[in-house]
Every structure is written in structure tokens, then in C-alpha cells.
Design a protein around this ligand. Structure first.
Ligand code: MSP
Length: 503
């Protein structure tokens, strides 16, 4: 089956931080999981380069917007490498193909009668690139703020509007028919409440600045940056034509987003698509936000976490693991060095690393470095847990419950450590070599299972573990687990997978 998954496209006003890395790694784990399950995956990420916020950042940097965005976009492209992303493409909203797609979508909406010209008068937060109603604001020291904490300013200008209010019932009907369209469920309820409230028509063009996609037939207007940005999900597939045969990936299976940008994805985006006669995406997952050692992360507090520095210090896979294991996916969480070090030392190095090292060293020493033959199960309970694991993990991954999937795998790894201690294969060499071989074979099979299931989360280190386990390159997906490796397979000498960190 064809699967399509996206990250948000990131604003290039600033350098990448932990929030960007988080959304991207979550999407990457999902993309890799689907590939592991044999699906054909298109995984998109990229940069959001138009609008007032980026224009101002360019001006502050003393650069032309295009030169500025070229430079800043590169940092996000580099981040895909730093974080080990397996994205199929990288889209920039300043690309001609994207501009053409935006204008085509606009024309489709206009032809269907969903756009009209009027005047916008109201509050706008450049930081969020969002309009707010008076009731949503709070005032401090004479400045009004959006619920996100962004300051707002009064805007009054001619504007095109999208008849969002006309989509109210269609949207509610869509949410009703697709109960898993918005996850987690608490967020779904918020969105439904918002749509049931006073859903007003949406201002979709601006005239007070020029850094954007010109409105077809009225170039004094540039498109509202969110209409422009959301369109990336289809412009990357070649909309409105299908030059590369990618349209078969639409509708997207999953737009991975942070909770702050759910409204745009779960309300505006499906309404635009419905208006243009296109299918809405299948799911929007809104993840939570990180704090840093208990504090809100912000530039003014100077506590922004640089993902590149983090990966340099701890290694990529421990960071990926921590981000997806530490916090129930969908909830807010706190980043702390202590918590990261605990997970790295306790779970990766001690639990998984030691199990692999002990088992593989015993095979090396006691079996001439060759894989023992498959044997009758030694402990029925442990075997049953292993047999049930892939389906359990698959079910959790279907709902993006990454933390629970990892918890289930690590529960089995802990059992594996219990198994090796109970069976003490090192003591069986003289007394019962056949049983020793059977125990070691069972451990090898378990490690292969763990490494395979963990590979979407920690691709690099699990590839190394699979190398050490002698699993051929083409035998590393879920289906391959059903094909036992041959007896006598030579195994390379084991090497430690994770380096412990002194706290
Ligand atoms: N450009 C828009 C998205 C357009 S998609 C059509 C945008 N960009 S962004 O650069 O601000 O990046 C947003 C992503 O980073 C969001 O998913 C957001 O939730 C995430 N995060 C930003 N700070 C975060 C934390 N402190 N914690 C977790 N994620 C956070 O919005």
C-alpha cells in the first residue's frame, strides 16, 4: 500500500531547535515503521519561507528575503541528516512548482465560488501568522496577547476571504465519520468545539507586504501564508498535474504536527481541500510541547535546545530514543539531561546493550561464533511474549503510541535479561551443551526481533546490531522475521552498541 506522511514545513525565521527535531523524528519513526511493514512510503519535510514573519527576519538580518531563506533553509535540510531522517523529498515554498500549485488551488477555490473580496479588520499575530478574535486575547501593560503568548496588532486592509463558515457542517460530519482523523482524542474534542462555535470566514490574502505568492489576477495581494504553506503537502506530489506519478500517494495518511498548529491542519486544510474537490488527509496527529528542565522554552529565556549539540554529545540514536520514549506521545513533556542519561544508561546500555553483548559473546566463545540450530522453546512464557510482540507493537504504532510501543519492546528485553540469568547458559557448556545451544539460539532470535522492531526508532545502532546478529541486508523487515536464519551462520565478533555517560 502507498503511504504518505509529512512533517510541518518549518519557518526559516530562526535556526532549528528541539521542537523541529521532535516532530521530524516522530514522523521519521512512523515512515520507517511503514517501510518495515512492507509499505511504499513517501515522506515529506521542508521549509515555510513566505509571510511577514520571515520577511521581517530577513530585514532584521539585513538580507534580501530570497537570499535569507536560501541560507536558512539549508540549516533545516542539514537537520534531516543530523536527525537521520529518511525523507523522500524536501520542499521549499519559494520553489516555482509550489507557487504554481498555490495559484492552481486558489483558482479551483475561486471557480467553485468559495472566495470573495472584502476588508479584513482585526487582530493578527505575526509570530503565529494567525488571526485572533477579541475574546481570545489577554492584555498586559497595554499590549494584547494571543493565547500562545504572541503579541497581536490591529490589521486593517483589503483582503480576499475563504467561505470557511459554509464548511461548518461538512467539517463536523467529516469528524464524525472519521473518529481517528484527529489524534489524540482530547485534541479532537477541542477542534470540534471550535468548529461548533463561531466559525468565521477566513482572510486569505494580505496587501501590506509583498513576500508571498501573488493572488492570481490580483497581484497587489499575496496569499495568506498558511494557505500557501498547507499547499506544500500537495505541491510536493505535483498538484495540479502529476508529472512524476506521485499523486497516488494522496490523501496523506498522516500529517504529524505540534498541538500549536492543529487548528490550521484540522480545520482550514480539510476545508480548502473539500472546497477544491480534493480528498482531506486521513489523520492529523498533534503532539505536545517540550519544556527544558521544567521551564518553557524560549529565545528570550535563552534555554533553546540545539538538536545538533545534543546529538554531538549523546549520539543520534539515544536522542531519538529519548524523545519518543520519555513522554506519552501527544502529551507535553519535560526535557532534562538527567532523564536522558538515565534512559541511555539504564535502558539502552544496560538492558539492551548488555543483553546483546552477553548473548553474542557466549555464541562467539562457546559455539565457535556460529549460530546454533533452531530448537524447541525453553521457557514458554518468554516465547509467548516474544511471539505476541510484533502484533502488539503494530497496533500501538497504528495510533502513533510510540512511547508505549517502546515500553512493550523494553519489557520484553527485560524479560530477555531475566531469561539469560535464569538459564545461565555459561554454566551449561560442560553439563548440557545441547541446552546451552538452544538457550543461545532463543536469545539470538529474541535479539533479532528486538533489533528489527527498534530499527525505525534507532536505525543506525539497530543496523549495527543486525550486522552483529548476521542478519542479511534484505532480511531486515517484519516479514523476514518469519524466516529463521540458517544454523551455522557465521557471526562477527560483538562490539558494544551504546556508550554509557557519567552523570
Ligand atoms: N511553518 C509552520 C508550519 C506550517 S505546516 C503547513 C510552523 N513552523 S515552525 O517552524 O514554527 O515549526 C513548528 C513545529 O515545531 C511544530 O510542529 C511545533 O509544534 C514544533 N515545536 C516548536 N516548539 C516546540 C516545543 N517546545 N516542543 C515541541 N514541539 C515544538 O509552525
Amino acid at each position: 500500500m502507498a503511504r504518505y506522511i509529512t512533517t510541518p514545513i518549518y519557518y526559516v525565521n530562526d535556526r532549528p531547535h528541539i521542537g523541529h527535531a521532535y516532530t521530524s523524528v516522530a514522523a521519521d519513526a512512523m515512515a520507517r515503521w511503514w517501510r518495515l511493514a512492507g509499505e511504499e512510503v513517501f515522506f515529506l519535510t521542508g521549509t515555510d519561507e513566505h509571510g511577514q514573519k520571515v520577511e521581517r527576519a530577513a530585514r532584521d538580518a539585513g538580507e534580501e528575503p530570497q537570499a535569507f531563506t536560501d541560507r536558512m533553509s539549508r540549516a533545516f535540510r542539514d537537520l534531516t541528516v543530523t536527525m537521520g531522517l529518511s525523507n523522500s523529498a524536501f520542499i521549499r515554498t519559494t520553489e516555482p512548482r509550489h507557487r504554481a500549485a498555490c495559484q492552481a488551488l486558489w483558482k479551483a477555490l475561486a471557480e467553485a465560488g468559495h472566495i470573495y473580496l472584502g476588508h479584513y479588520e482585526g487582530w493578527y499575530a505575526v509570530r503565529d501568522e494567525a488571526f485572533y478574535s477579541e475574546e481570545e486575547l489577554t492584555e498586559r501593560d497595554g499590549v494584547k496577547y494571543a493565547p500562545t503568548g504572541a503579541p497581536v496588532a490591529w490589521v486593517k486592509e483589503p483582503s480576499y476571504f475563504f467561505r470557511l463558515s459554509a464548511f461548518r457542517d461538512k467539517l463536523l460530519d467529516f469528524y464524525e465519520k472519521h473518529p481517528d482523523f484527529i489524534l489524540p482524542e482530547t485534541r479532537r474534542n477541542e477542534v470540534i468545539a471550535f468548529v461548533k462555535g463561531d466559525l468565521r470566514d477566513l482572510s486569505i490574502s494580505r496587501t501590506s507586504f509583498a513576500w508571498g505568492v501573488p493572488v492570481p489576477g490580483d497581484p497587489g495581494h499575496v496569499m495568506y501564508v498558511w494557505l500557501d504553506a498547507l499547499t506544500n503537502y500537495i505541491s510536493a506530489l505535483g498538484y495540479p498535474d502529476d508529472p512524476q506519478g506521485l499523486w497516488r500517494f494522496w490523501p496523506a495518511d498522516l500529517h504529524m504536527v505540534g498541538k500549536d498548529i492543529l487548528r490550521f491542519h484540522a480545520i482550514y486544510w480539510p476545508a480548502f481541500l473539500m472546497g477544491a474537490g480534493l480528498a482531506p488527509p486521513r489523520r492529523i496527529f498533534a503532539h505536545g510541547w517540550w519544556t527544558n528542565e521544567g521551564q518553557k522554552i524560549s529565545k528570550s529565556l535563552g534555554n533553546v535546545i540545539d538538536p545538533v549539540a545534543l546529538v554531538e554529545e549523546f549520539g543520534l540514536d539515544p536522542v531519538r530514543y529519548f524523545l519518543l520514549r520519555e513522554v506519552p506521545f501527544g502529551q507535553d513533556g519535560d526535557f532534562s539531561r538527567k532523564a536522558l542519561i538515565n534512559r541511555l544508561n539504564g535502558e539502552l546500555a544496560d538492558s539492551l546493550g548488555n543483553l546483546a553483548n552477553r548473548s553474542l559473546s557466549l555464541i562467539q566463545r562457546n559455539c565457535d561464533g556460529r549460530l546454533p540450530a533452531p530448537a524447541e522453546p525453553i521457557e514458554a512464557g518468554f516465547c509467548a511474549q516474544l511471539a505476541a510482540l510484533p502484533a502488539e507493537v503494530a497496533q500501538l504504532m497504528d495510533r502513533q503510541a510510540f512511547d508505549q510501543a517502546l515500553a512493550a519492546i523494553f519489557a520484553a528485553i527485560r524479560e530477555g535479561n531475566g531469561f539469560i540469568t535464569r538459564q545461565a547458559p555459561w554454566a551449561l557448556k560442560k553439563t548440557d551443551p545441547a541446552r546451552m545451544a538452544a538457550v543461545l539460539r532463543q536469545l539470538h532470535d529474541a535479539l533479532r526481533l528486538f533489533a528489527t522492531l527498534l530499527s525505525p526508532f534507532m536505525p543506525g545502532s539497530m543496523a549495527r546490531l543486525l550486522d552483529q546478529l548476521g542478519v542479511p541486508e534484505g532480511e531486515r523487515d517484519l516479514a523476514a522475521l518469519a524466516r529463521p536464519l540458517p544454523e551455522g551462520l557465521p557471526l562477527p565478533p560483538p562490539a558494544p552498541l551504546f556508550r554509557k555517560i557519567e552523570a
